[in-house]
Design a protein around this ligand. Sequence first.
Ligand code: AMP
Length: 286
Amino acid sequence: MRVVTDPGEFSALCRQDRCAGLITALVPTMGYFHAGHLSLMDHARSRAGRVYVSLFVNPTQFGPGEDLAAYPRDLDRDAALAESRGVDLLFAPEPGAMYAPDHATVVQVPALAEHLCGQSRPVHFQGVATVVAKLLILAAPSLAVFGQKDWQQLALVRRMARDLFLPTEILGRPIVREQDGLAMSSRNVYLTPEERAQAPQIRAGLLLVRERYAAGERDPAALRQVLAAHLAERLPLGAPDYLEFVDRDSIQPVAAADERTLAAVAVRLGRARLIDNIILAGDEVE
Ligand code: AMP
């Protein structure tokens, strides 16, 4: 596996692969890999002749007071893990290489950033859209693979790629979880043992909501109440940031839940802010 830090070099290597007629896939990440990241790499490997992983803790998607400085980093460990999954090229640029001192261009997808994480993290999705656009332009991959854990991000990247005629197919992959149901996240390392013990209740609450939907409940306010009550009782260390019911593609709140509805949650738990989601009519196995 080759590791490159220079955007021009990354772009040139990707171009060579394209010109050789290879199907190429990019997995954008912020590193500190866990099994969720590795599942995206495995999927990319199964679909493409060349697999690229970008590892970049993108400063523009962190707001003031967020965890940019504290975000966990371990390039050597990540490089070894990526190599073990058959990744061909790891692109790990410095912030200064991705953003010139006088950089002035941003990408916004406002309609997809109005709700959920867009509310509590106002600059977040502009940062995400801008950096993902840069990465997709540099690599011009046939495919780019994202996790459904960040469902809103996936929906927004899909819309951006379509709107800008980017020549990349955007793929979403299922959430990888710990045995007790907690969605894997690089930020789970922030949790104390007590917080970690309560964290799986986020998933448990979402499953409860899915059960109520299956039993016929369609009122988002009633479903929200089920989730809020569950979290208040079982996750007392957590403070919900949002509990929302939105259309899976438009990320707009629904008046009545249906098979396209996504239940999405963010909870502040100690130093961490954890997100999770579920399609109400989904049949994912536990
Ligand atoms: P991050 O490094 O957290 O920015 O995530 C990089 C990619 O991995 C994004 O597409 C995430 O949605 C995806 N990802 C993060 N956690 C998980 C998980 N538990 N399961 C599946 N994909 C994930």
